[in-house]
Design a protein around this ligand. Structure first.
Ligand code: ADP
Length: 538
């Protein structure tokens, strides 16, 4: 067979040649901007010319600090197709972490949204490698005078000549870089290759997966600064789907209105998004009948929320699971044909699992004794992966690499899981969140899931805290639903749990709060809760 390199330019060329008339709609604060794949492609080629003109070459790192919008999508393709590395920066990190990441990655150019530029300002003089900032804004918006040498994106494109994607690159060429959210220590970087993301895109398009196709109208709500926007920008252009980009700080109402107006078929995001969207859909009249599926990922979704979407709103939810180190998608929760006739309760239990591994990745689960666990839905162990879109190391971090990759070539997720007889993987906890009470494991995720099935509970988050008698015990932080704040009691919750979980799982304390602290991408931050608890604040 031919030695054909798997490059991201293949996806781009396929998109522009076969699907030139397909649409990209991008929400701005003024309204929806809309153009065709043909227009998009023309601008990408000019952007490549502009980058080359700025001296960006193979191996250089180009940062983006941007929302999900059409300009960000253009940069997503232009940078890798030159042989350079697209470094998407999480705009919700703290200033110290941002400065660390930008310097560690050695970003040469940074594309930054004009409305979020102030977030970079406090440490902009501490970024010695950055040669130039390009401000993402309309041409009329002047570039801030205090940003030396900065350029306006539209002016840059206007003055640049188009160049074609490089075809002489090896498929192993680095094309992307993303840092994990720092849960302890500094964020860790992961380098993606053209080959890895090409194969990841193919796998997400498969039917027994997210099944992304030309007939879809896909809206990634997951930020494009978070693990390649789950690969949707690349896969969507490759298959020729219409793309809807939700733009700056979309509210649940903005998202629902976009789904309705653009006839979106597939949306992808974290559970916090669906909580807000469910509220809007249950309280206002909107037509979301175009939706084929909601893809939930990034954190476990409570069964009760899946049921609300499926029974009350009429839209199926499917889980995708992955991490920064796995590009990210490695499992998807589709239902095998032989299981589709099961009673709804049993189906719901399967849907609440993280799913089956994608075509192309290998997994194993290693128990505390170092041996692979049995697939019986009971034994627990650490989930490990290997495959063409799994990282083999952390960027410039040999110490963390040694700790996270096994000697025989597997990546350690630090997620503790069970596997059932059918091969469905269920995350019990992240290793650091596991609770051992009186010598027995308590799954904080399972407990949260059960608590969130209580009709008066909006959000529940469980952590383990030191306990004299049991070693550790679970405590629960509860956000009551609107209308029940102040009236929901711990006795009510404890008695609800009594029939549903083992007695040693019942939390030692329930704290009613107005909000659960979240990480930079909107997951429950158990670290903040634990730190608070240990310093005496609840
Ligand atoms: P962070 O450490 O900031 O959460 P990642 O975005 O890489 O960084 O998160 C990966 C982790 O998120 C996984 O290890 C897993 O614990 C959790 N996760 C991702 N998807 C799911 C899912 N569908 N269900 C449950 N947990 C998930």
């Amino acid at each position: 067979m031919m030695e054909y390199p798997l490059l991201l330019s293949h996806l781009f060329n396929r998109g522009r040649k076969l699907f030139a008339k397909k649409q990209i709609a991008s929400r701005t604060l003024e309204g929806v901007f809309r153009y065709t794949y043909a227009d998009f492609a023309g601008r990408v080629l000019r952007l490549m010319g502009a980058l080359k003109g700025m001296g960006v070459k193979e191996g250089d790192v180009v940062g983006t600090f941007a929302w999900n919008d059409f300009r960000h999508l253009e940069i997503y393709f232009a940078v890798p197709m030159l042989g350079a590395i697209l470094h998407t920066i999480n705009l919700r990190l703290f200033p110290d972490q941002l400065a660390y990441i930008i310097n560690h990655a050695e970003d040469k150019v940074i594309f930054v949204g004009d409305d979020i530029l102030p977030l970079l300002k406090p440490f902009i003089d501490k970024l010695p490698n950055v040669e130039r900032f390009v401000v993402l804004a309309e041409k009329e918006n002047a570039v801030p005078e205090d940003l030396e040498g900065a350029l306006n994106y539209e002016t840059l494109l206007e003055t640049a000549g188009p160049i074609e994607p490089r075809q002489d690159l090896s498929e192993w060429t680095p094309c992307g870089l993303c840092y994990t959210t720092a849960t302890s220590g500094n964020p860790k970087g992961v380098i993606y290759t053209h080959r890895g993301l090409f194969l990841h895109s193919m796998a997400t398009g498969m039917v027994d997966s997210a099944g992304l196709s030309e007939s879809d109208v896909v809206m990634p709500v997951v930020p494009m600064f978070h693990v390649n926007g789950w690969g949707i920008p690349f896969a969507a252009v490759g298959v020729g789907a219409n793309i809807v980009l939700p733009g700056p700080k979309p509210t649940p109402k903005d998202l629902v209105e976009l789904i309705e107006a653009e006839r979106v078929t597939t949306v992808a995001g974290l559970p916090t998004v669906w909580v807000g969207m469910a509220d809007t859909l249950l309280n206002e009249r909107h037509d979301v009948s175009s939706l084929r599926v909601i893809v939930n990922g990034g954190a476990a979704i409570p069964k009760a929320l899946i049921e609300t979407f499926e029974k009350k709103i009429g839209v199926p939810i499917m889980q995708g699971y992955g991490m920064t180190e796995t590009s990210p998608i490695v499992t998807v929760g589709w239902i095998k044909s032989g299981l589709r006739e099961l009673p709804y309760d049993e189906l719901l239990s399967i849907k609440a699992k993280q799913g089956l591994p994608l075509f192309g990745v290998d997994f194993r689960v290693v128990g505390p004794d170092g041996k692979e666990i049995a697939w019986n839905g009971k034994e627990i162990g650490e989930l490990q992966f290997r495959g063409p879109w799994i990282a083999k190391e952390y960027f410039k971090d040999p110490e963390m690499t040694k700790a996270s990759f096994t000697a025989d070539g597997w990546f350690r997720t630090q997620d503790i899981v069970t596997v059932d007889e059918e091969g469905y993987i269920l995350i019990v906890d992240r290793e650091r969140d596991l609770i051992k009470s009186g010598g027995e494991w308590v799954s904080s995720l399972d407990l949260e899931n059960t608590l969130m099935a209580h009709p008066k509970v909006a959000e529940a988050c469980v952590i383990g805290v030191p306990d004299e008698k049991w070693g550790e015990c679970p405590v629960a932080y509860i956000v009551a639903r609107k209308g029940f704040q102040g009236s929901l009691t711990k006795e009510e919750l404890a008695s609800f749990l009594k029939d549903r979980v083992a007695s040693f799982w019942i939390p030692g304390a329930f704290y009613f709060v107005s909000e659960i602290p979240k990480t930079s991408v909107g997951k429950f931050s158990k670290r903040i809760l634990r730190d608070r608890y240990l310093s005496g604040i609840v």
